[in-house]
Ligand binder design. Structure first.
Ligand code: AMP
Length: 214
């Protein structure tokens, strides 16, 4: 099974993708994580992507398509995968379709998670990342903590530049303009599933699994 996790920034795509990946035993591929790792490692790609990401803009299609091409050609994707954050433009979707044709993958589904925009702004500006391991936490879950519960790094929580309110609003605008048409692209092919993203992580996850198994 191959899944595209779709939705505005902050709807919980990453969290759901990780859970689905461990339940369905297929790899979770987040293009945002790949780019953040490149920024951390100060690679050529990272140097190009950093400023674009901090502005809330999209990294050019040709770069993203190259990344996905390389990642999907690895052995662990043979039995399926979960893409989180890709495709973000119709051009990326078209290129992905061509690639999946070559790979003879047919059973693709797009899972659209929807949440009200104001709730997204509240959720994203109230989350913090660990500078050391990259794990994301809701502010309320780390209130008063000095050490990261995941890697024990000290005083490592920070607000990602792309989670600042003005950047979040910019990312939501970019989503409406560039990424929403991707939903229509797959809807016309009869490949979309929509799920309400409000509720606990487990509730949203079981709604997704219920629809996938029906
Ligand atoms: P994410 O963690 O998926 O929200 O991605 C963080 C940032 O990485 C985005 O705001 C974009 O700047 C960049 N990015 C991630 N995936 C893509 C993609 N498929 N196309 C273009 N830019 C991307």
């Amino acid at each position: 099974m191959s899944l595209l996790l779709f939705g505005a920034p902050g709807v919980g795509k990453g969290t759901q993708a990780k859970l689905l990946s461990s339940k369905l035993k297929i790899p979770h591929i987040s293009t945002g994580d790949i780019l953040r790792q490149a920024v951390k490692d100060k690679t050529q790609l990272g140097k190009k992507a950093e400023e674009i990401m901090n502005r809330g803009d999209l990294v050019p299609d040709n770069i993203m398509i190259g990344i996905i091409h390389e990642r999907l050609s690895r052995e662990d994707c043979k039995n399926g995968f979960i893409l989180d954050g890709f495709p973000r433009t119709v051009k990326q979707a078209e290129e992905l379709d061509m690639l999946l044709n070559e790979m003879k993958i047919k059973n693709l589904k797009l899972i659209n998670i929807f949440v009200d925009e104001e709730l997204i702004v509240e959720r994203l500006s109230n989350r913090r990342a660990c500078r050391s391991c990259g794990k994301i936490f809701a502010l309320k879950d780390i209130d008063g903590l000095k050490k990261c519960p995941n890697c024990s790094a000290e005083n490592s929580f920070y607000l990602r530049d792309d989670d600042k309110e003005d950047v979040i609003r910019k990312r939501l605008k970019v989503f409406r303009q560039n990424t929403e048409p991707v939903f229509e692209y797959y809807r016309k092919q009869g490949k979309t599933i929509s799920v309400n993203g409000i509720g606990s992580v487990e509730e949203v996850n079981s709604s997704i699994l219920k629809i996938l198994n029906s």
